[in-house]
Design a protein around this ligand. Sequence first.
Ligand code: AMP
Length: 468
Amino acid sequence: MSIMSTNVPGLDKGKGLYFFFIKAERKTPSGLIARPTLTSYYNSEQFKNRPYNPYNVYTSPNETILCPDTFQSMYSQMLCGLIMRHEVLRIGAVFASGLLRAIRFLQLNWRDLARDISTGTLNPRITDSAIKERLMSGILKPEPELADFITSQCSGENWEGIITRIWPNTIYLDTVLTGSMAQYIPTLDYYSGGLPKVSGMYCSSEGFFGINLRPICDPSKVSYTIMPNMAYFEFVPHDVAAPLSSRHAPQPPQLVDLAEVEVGKKYELVVTTYAGLCRYQVGDILQVTGFHNSAPQFRFVRRKDVLLSIDADKTNESELQKAIENASLLLREFKTSVVEYTSYADTKTIPGHYVIYWELLVKNDYSAKLPSHDMLNRCCLIMEESLNSVYRQGRVADNSIGPLEIRVVKNGTFEELMDYAISTGSSMSQYKVPRCVKSVPIIELLDSKLVSVHFSPAAPHFDSECRP
Ligand code: AMP
């Protein structure tokens, strides 16, 4: 907040509408209590009894955050956000996917929310006594004019700019939009009329790593400055060729100290934490962009893991993301965008092939035509053209990979995927759409929502002379 308030004056004059969630504790088979890290934080005395700070006032009372039932928690946080709509100066969630889920929740539940505001009574689905007591002690009271306003905004087909219409004093959106979250930028721009977007921090369950010292910059330019006091940071150089000799036992990777990293180079982050992790490889690849005093600054490149592989090909998250961005350019003329995606290496067919599940948003304009079957087939080909040469070689020269397939799924499918993940133990606050799915129930869920299926109509370009 101290960085934000030096960039944006007046943040002490209003509130933040933040969607925060906890998850019920579980026990491991050996009887230890397990819970997501943010649940620990929100349940801590430091959070619950935080001293009043005019720069950090939320519309969500603690009781609404501390309810493990995600419907009741989201409903009551949204209700408070609507009631205090003129006070809201910033809107956020930990990850951008969470913020979009809140908008979707409003789309599905605005009638009930408006009825509560109109009558001053609470939806019977809210049974949590702490939430009920808190909302009924002065927050929720009959406000028919406000209810009418919400109905007028939400009942229309057009949701473009809904955030600024309902919360007109919002200055910026506060949510992580780097890494795999970058794909949500166009959708958030659509709903917010292009409000500034702040990706303030880079952190994980293992620790709090970096902070964005230039918060009001384009999301593609964000660098995080590592905070050297938060853990002991070391780095494995990335893209360094492995030693060819196999005479010796494999050596542990050479680690580079925080002060020794070089601008332009990529590294994998390794942390030793106060909580007891020793040289733990977080799995993130970062690129040094500069220094703040002596602390290095990093651009988040991607998670290390390879997403898709059928044969010798290896497609990672950023390659897949780029391919989807290229293909979705074709959808622009149809005012359509890809709001969610995941992928799956289908090896049931021979040769196997990549399957990409798409949920599409057709913007509300009655003149908009739906993308045709042929156009979506072409999207498959554009994706293939965008993938690396090893993939295209497998497709064209080796015939080891079949044509790429796009499966368009019904709106709301990815929300159901999230519900499924939460019902099987994921944390709502920390949930991220998996960019590749492998589990049979998830694939069955996606396949049960199919709208249409498309295949690449031709082989992508591959020049066998021009190998990388
Ligand atoms: P979790 O421990 O489940 O909260 O996930 C932590 C992981 O989320 C990190 O290791 C990153 O891969 C990703 N992540 C967290 N913050 C950011 C960020 N600002 N930009 C991109 N990815 C992030």
